[in-house]
Ligand binder design. Sequence first.
Ligand SMILES: Cc1cc2nc3c(=O)[nH]c(=O)nc-3n(C[C@H](O)[C@H](O)[C@H](O)COP(=O)(O)OP(=O)(O)OC[C@H]3O[C@@H](n4cnc5c(N)ncnc54)[C@H](O)[C@@H]3O)c2cc1C
Length: 440
Amino acid sequence: MVSQCPYSSLCLPATDLPRIVVIGAGFAGINLIKKLHNSPVQLVLLDKNNFHQFQPLLYQVAIAGLEPDSIVTPIRKLFQGYRNLIYRLAEVNRVDPDSRRVFTDIGWVQYDYLVIATGSVTNYFGLEDVARNSVGLKDIRDALDIRSWVLQNLEAAAITCDQNEKEALTNFVIVGGGPAGVELAGALSEFRRYLLRKDYPEIAEEWMKVYLVEATDRLLGTMPEAASDHAFRTLSQLEVEIRLNTTVQGYTGSEVLLADNQTLLAKTLIWTAGVKGAAPEGLAPESGTKGRRLKVDPFNQVEGCRHVFTIGDIAAMTDEEWPQGHPMVAQVAIQQGKLLAENLLHLIRHGTFKTAFHYRDKGSMATIGKRNAVAKIGGSVWKGKLAWVLWSTVHLFSITGFKNKLMVGINWIIRYLNYEKANRLIIREFKPQQTKVEQT
Ligand SMILES: Cc1cc2nc3c(=O)[nH]c(=O)nc-3n(C[C@H](O)[C@H](O)[C@H](O)COP(=O)(O)OP(=O)(O)OC[C@H]3O[C@@H](n4cnc5c(N)ncnc54)[C@H](O)[C@@H]3O)c2cc1C
């Protein structure tokens, strides 16, 4: 019989091994854990969701291209056979570095080493009415909400005789011209081109408008200009109405207020314009940055906090090459997770860290509709079909689980051939939530 651990209220077995508590089963957390499989440590993984999600394909769930279960994997399935791992479905509220405790909604746990890998959340930059009336695209629930919202509004547009109402219901505004916004805008405009007439004969194609609003002077601002130009041209050909140098000031639920005093009538607003770190409370305010990330040294240790580490989106590590911190992308999270595992083992065995983190930028990419993408690999930019093949291959290989790879692959082949989106289902009604906005 396993004796009960006196250092936790989470029903953990007692152990003499060093205990590493990991918060978050995102890209960073799962790569750290995979590296520590079979190591002489007790791993305690806490996540508020019982699944790991593949965020790069959320937009395809949102626009009814994929089912949610093809891009999420249950955590317990992912780590079957990991004898040194204990998983608890728990939301972490606070950490206390003095007593080395983590407090969750189901109890507390004491750690020897703490790894915070909680990622990021949508940043509304203090725009309360936008947060209240719109939806972000950060997790699988958001994606399902967007899918329901789009389809609900098209259903409502099909039966209204009020022209203003019809216009607002068929106008879709996406805010943020980064990869998520560009991919979503491309997918939505292809929905209009290939499916609207078939599914909604009551709605003329020219009534449905897709707007993409971006605050800076180009799309895909983190990629080279050639990629931005290609994205702009391709989306324009797909009849996406792109507004550059335009910020959103507010949203009433049916009217988007733009900085130039213009308004857009729209009953759907999707916000992909920014994220901020999702740090739990309890760490010294000095360790936080403006974007709510946590400052770490080159070994991912939180400044001024021994044995507390952060990896992935939440970690703000700066160096000469990255004075503002690394980009919040999957590769940074994966590389930091793997390296911290090695450094933690070295710390436990020898009392010192082994290797400082250096980010190897493997490139970035984004799709722009069907069979079109841009990719930056090293110094070169790929565009069009070749980039799309590259994008598809990389994403297919990166999804966790063989079944998921198979489901996504089959779905893509069907869509490549005939553009059928099988998942046009409103499973649960969506109403914009009253999201509480913290000032940033
Ligand atoms: C729509 C979208 C598209 C993207 N596309 C790309 C792309 O094409 N390429 C790319 O490289 N990157 C992309 N990214 C970024 C990439 O997904 C992130 O950089 C990456 O997921 C960060 O990994 P992470 O482990 O730090 O955090 P996450 O993967 O976000 O994981 C955080 C985990 O922590 C858990 N958690 C959070 N708070 C708590 C808490 N208080 N208690 C318990 N558990 C908690 C969450 O449930 C989650 O499982 C995209 C992101 C989005 C939103």
